[in-house]
Design a protein around this ligand. Structure first.
Ligand SMILES: Nc1ncnc2c1ncn2[C@@H]1O[C@H](COP(=O)(O)OP(=O)(O)OP(=O)(O)O)[C@@H](O)[C@H]1O
Length: 219
């Protein structure tokens, strides 16, 4: 397998001063490019935590995550470098304009054509006229379109989205969903989406429900 994330009997909990919050135990799941996987389930079940673990942003308390990229075993840092991220709160850099936000991941990798590539992506998302506007001058839907393009601009093998439509009204959420799903299909990456949106979950190829510490496949 060229690119793959394998969660092996992964478990996670949080410990605060007064209590231990057990999320899940012994979860095993494989993520490979070429499909969209939705993770649904009740609030507090641990979906975001599971996504963070799969994306190499957080280490599980128990079990292991094996990552293969280009047919070779790699660490979480290498996974993050080949991944795109989309969050509910957009997380754009407030001091950079739209094109600067899109160019940033490419500039960090030393791409001399970062701004040309970013300009093409701005056109793809229909925001070329807003290139010089900062996030606080853009609507939520516009900011999320930029965040989505930013996730895909570096040709990622994996894209992780945590409630990407959670802050948007229904119509904007539908437009953002179509854009995101289109980019995922075109790129052939593996996309994992945590969502409460039925419409977004319905666009996925596979659906998993995390509930009471267990991950179950949905039809
Ligand atoms: N850093 C932390 N310290 C302590 N508890 C935490 C921490 N992060 C998350 N939790 C708790 O772990 C549980 C799972 O959180 P998580 O955000 O993973 O759930 P979720 O299924 O994504 O929820 P939602 O659908 O509401 O976003 C929650 O009860 C949350 O309060």
């Amino acid at each position: 397998m060229q690119d793959q994330i394998e969660l092996k009997q992964v478990g996670h909990y949080f410990e605060t001063a007064s209590q231990r919050i057990d999320l899940f135990r012994d979860l095993s799941q494989t993520i490979v490019p070429g499909g969209i996987q939705a993770i649904v389930g009740p609030s507090g079940a641990g979906k975001s935590s599971l996504l963070s673990i799969a994306a190499g942003l957080e280490a599980p308390r128990t079990g292991a995550v094996s990552i293969t990229i280009g047919g070779r075993p790699v660490d979480a840092r290498a996974l993050r470098a080949r991944s795109g991220f989309i969050f509910q709160q957009f997380h754009l850099m407030p001091e950079l304009d739209a094109i600067g936000n899109l160019a940033l991941p490419l500039r960090l990798k030393g791409d001399r054509h970062a701004f040309d590539v970013a300009a093409r992506w701005l056109e793809k998302i229909g925001l070329e006229k807003r290139a010089r506007h900062r996030p606080d001058q853009l609507s939520g839907g516009e900011q999320q379109r930029i965040a989505i393009a930013r996730a895909f601009v570096g040709n990622p093998r994996f894209v992780f989205a945590d409630e990407p439509t959670g802050n948007l009204d229904e119509r904007t959420a539908a437009a953002v969903t179509d854009l995101m799903v289109g980019f995922a299909r075109d790129s052939g990456c593996a996309m994992v989406i945590v969502t409460h949106s039925r419409r977004l979950a319905a666009c996925a190829d596979t659906r998993l429900r995390l509930t009471a510490g267990r991950l179950e496949a949905l039809q």
